[in-house]
Design a protein around this ligand. Sequence first.
Ligand code: NAI
Length: 298
Amino acid sequence: MADVGFDNKVAIITGAGGGLGRQHALLLASRGAQVVVNDLGGAVDGSGASTGPAQQVVDEIAALGGEAVADTSSVATPEGGAAIVAAAVEAFGRVDIVVNNAGILRDKAFHNMEPELMNPVLDVHLKGAFHVTRPAFALMREQGYGRIVSTSSAAGLFGNFGQTNYGAAKMGLVGFTRVLAVEGAKHNIRANAIAPLALTRMTEAIMGAGLADRLEPACVSPIVAWLAHEDCPVSGEIFSVGGGRVARIFIAETHGYFDAHLTLEGVRDHWAEICDEAGYAVPKNLAEETALFLPHFR
Ligand code: NAI
């Protein structure tokens, strides 16, 4: 089979000045995409800014024969999101792909989680995806084509100490993705999410040596590129990826217990049935979830 290509496709990759985003940008550009390398160039906690990282990645892509432009706007404001999309249109005339990857960390145990730790994390991860995707989605609807890949995290999907802010933002991106998948379906716009694991500046302090050695950021980019491709077969899905392993994560619902006159004691007494994973369903959207009630009501 022929290699997967991105000729005539324009991709915005946020936070692409280093870590995972840089690898996504290098891979997409090496396959023919025209890339907007967005990066504010700040520290892991979101402080500071620099034009250096985004331009360096653009220079790397150019040296390898690819096409890219740098953008140093912050994803965390509506103006920043609009500027990033405008940069893509100005340089390349359209937007086919948005990879929401920019991120920061401000970890603290919940009892010490002050608003100044919570708000910037939501602003960059969750609202940042909203600010960039919204103007891009308008263009995608007009052209009847688009691919959106957002970066979630196992910290939100499954839980991790000290990350109520980050976990809420990352799980928020799952809801964002699933609703975009529903709304984008009739415009050939697909939205999916990844939960990556990789050694980057964000994780170097917390990863043990044995694990870190196996987690090259470049190993995450193939699934991102596939979800960004025209032939991507899914929408509204989440994939765990790291060190060469890729797996689907899904949100499932047990068959459950039904009693038209449900009581508090009935809940207590049928707890095992309520939680029993045998015969679970994997609804794709709200309508499919609601349909699970109907057999009981007949
Ligand atoms: P990183 O710190 O190398 O990359 C994040 C990039 O986002 C940085 O280059 C930073 O300058 C940029 N950025 C931060 N705020 C920005 C803003 N307001 N506007 C534009 N750019 C901004 O870290 P890494 O690991 O590459 O993270 C990439 C994404 O993957 C993040 O969303 C992170 O939460 C997520 N992730 C990473 C995991 C890992 O194991 N490395 C695990 C789970 C999720």
